[in-house]
Design a protein around this ligand. Structure first.
Ligand code: AMP
Length: 187
């Protein structure tokens, strides 16, 4: 089963993705984690993206699409993908469509965790204490939220007509979101 989790930073995509990885024995495909790993490894990609990531800007579609392609071409992950933070732009969504066709796969569920700005600010301020991420300061949080909402709106329009698109109140408690997801999955 392949799933997509869409939602602004702090919506709880990562938390739900980790839950689903265990439940379904799937793989979490988090572009944010992949990009942070590139920075940690001080790779060529890592050097290119460092400033944009720290400023809360999007990394170029080209870089992100390359990372995603590698994950989709991995045979052990076929049909077991949980996308967390991808696609975030219409170009990425169209790229994903092409890769799915190429690898003979489909997306079974798309979950949009919808959360307002105030809740995001509160949550990320808490996460900052625990995870110490460089892009979790207040100004950057607001920037990341606004960038996300602007760039991802066309992605929502692209998917929202699909019968497997579900909007969930991402402002609810973690367990409530999980229960909602479970009820849609019906597994
Ligand atoms: P996340 O961990 O998903 O909140 O992502 C952290 C940061 O990584 C974002 O603010 C972007 O700078 C970058 N990033 C993650 N996923 C993408 C993506 N699909 N497209 C562009 N930039 C991304």
């Amino acid at each position: 089963m392949n799933l997509i989790l869409i939602g602004p930073p702090g919506a709880g995509k990562g938390t739900q993705a980790k839950y689903l990885v265990k439940k379904l024995n799937n793989f979490q495909i988090s572009t944010g984690d992949m990009l942070r790993e590139e920075i940690q490894n001080d790779s060529e990609i890592g050097k290119k993206i460092l400033n944009d990531m720290n400023d809360g800007k999007f990394v170029s579609d080209q870089i992100v699409n390359t990372l995603i392609e590698n994950a989709l071409l991995d045979p052990k992950k076929k049909g077991r993908l949980i996308f967390d933070g991808y696609p975030r732009s219409l170009t990425q969504a169209k790229n994903l469509e092409q890769l799915l066709i190429k690898t003979n796969q489909t997306i079974d569920f798309i979950f949009f965790l919808n959360v307002n700005k105030e809740t995001i600010i509160k949550r990320i301020n808490q996460r900052k204490i625990i995870e110490k991420r460089a892009d979790d300061d207040l100004e950057t949080i607001i920037k990341r939220y606004e960038t996300y909402m602007d760039t991802t709106k066309p992605v929502l329009d692209f998917y929202s007509q699909n019968s497997n698109f579900y909007e969930i109140d991402g402002g609810s408690k973690i367990e409530e979101i999980t229960a909602k997801i479970d009820s849609f999955l019906n597994v």
